[in-house]
Ligand binder design. Sequence first.
Ligand code: 16G
Ligand code: MG
Length: 539
Amino acid sequence: MDLDAITEYSALHPKPSGLILQYGTAGFRTKAEHLDHVMFRMGLLAVLRSKQTKSTIGVMVTASHNPEEDNGVKLVDPLGEMLAPSWEEHATCLANAEEQDMPRVLMDISVKAAVNLQQDAFIVIGRDTRPTSEKLSQSVIDGVTVLEGQFHDYGLVTTPQLHYMVYCRNTSGQYGEATLEGYYQKLSKAFMELTKQTLCSQDEYRSLKVDCANGIGALKLKEMEHYVSQGLSVQLFNDGTKGKLNHLCGADFVKSHQKPPQGMEMKSNERCCSFDGDADRIVYHYLDVDGHFHLIDGDKIATLISSFLKELLLEIGESLNIGVVQTAYANGSSTRYLEEVMKVPVYCTKTGVKHLHHKAQEFDIGVYFEANGHGTVLFSKAAETKIRQLTKELEDEKRKAAAKMLENVIDLFNQAAGDAISDMLVIEAILTLKDLTIQQWDALYMDLPNRQLKVKVADRQVISTTDAERQVVTPPGLQEAINDLVKKYKLSRAFVRPSGTEDIVRVYAEADSQENADSLARAVSLAVFQLAGGVGETP
Ligand code: 16G
Ligand code: MG
């Protein structure tokens, strides 16, 4: 390592002294103007991680659904996964080292992690459409270059597309070709093959309105449109030509406000969906004939997908196990429906994709979705091999067709990460194949009314939780208070957790009516405020 060169270049990306940031649930995320030094240092760190794993590592510059003024960065591990926990710590240390200490901290990391500095390094870089992203990704490149890493800059891509590139490059092309063309080809081929098996071809099923959150999803859907145009016509809204990124639109807005996005013309019973700012989340929605808004969130997406997969598994008659992974935010009705009606085992993990992803890897087929619309389906290597073998060997026509469909589903899901584009194509294919309208899908079960609130406290870390965030451990007395409040309502449930992305505590409540869910959420917020050091206005 040329420490002099590092010091010299680092001075061009100086750290504002005293600024402390943490590599959180989805990497570093804050106001864009505070991130230049973090980007440079993540370029350095990516090179060390690449040398250590002897693999290509990804660096994505995005702040997902955050406001346009924010930005962020996360590293993508060799199989398209989120960065390993021990390296999250290294990332935090490196980002927070004061200017003069930085080269030493970098050396320490390489010693601790036993990095062979002679090894080659290769980094792939991507960015979203934020006005600050281009310059910040240039700072990542500066970091990579100063440590003599090789790189490829994919420029504007969705977060899942960058995960896909990393996965392809580390599996010598077996998963797909590491280009945008390769991504579009792979997904569209699987989509067209899957849907061509259907007899129904009513046109109205094949058109979909997409709210792109004024983000990267719009650009990439435009590029992809013609690959799938024979099977699906998408109409794009909030494509970034007028509105502000994530402002009053996008998956996060629609889910948290339970309202239609602005800037989208919705007629009654039309199928609509919303992406978030970096296109790794998707939720569906529609207006009914009375003009009421209906949200179809990640839980209902997981239900649709797992019931489809379960039917196909029954058809081919193989004992491959399937499991659904959710978080505490999953609507109680969805969990009940999956367990009691569909007889599928359901597991709960902490919030954050890496936790769900990890759990889902325990099954032959692991379906994971957060209620906010982030998710995918993972097939174990053994399950994939078995299915591909069956499509070749089976003689029974019906069983063979089912195995073929499963094979298309494997190719259609982005198994490296939750992906709005890939999820959208899977959902559209299932709705077409099963001849389901959006209302019929919505009617699978009725969501319990729920409410999410935020509470400001002096230090959100005073709240610690257990049991996949469903129970509070500290501060003392808070869980008891929540228990007492929950007892006052029917079909009720509530939990609180410190946010991993904002300086607040999140409160979730559900109950038999919206009024009760609201009132429970308010009462729990007050308990948090009183017992966990609330600041500002009393909720
Ligand atoms: C991040 C996570 C998302 C999680 C959310 C929770 C990834 C890629 N994204 O966006 O999975 O639901 O944070 O935010 O892991 P919160 O901690 O502020 O509630
Ligand atoms: Mg996102």
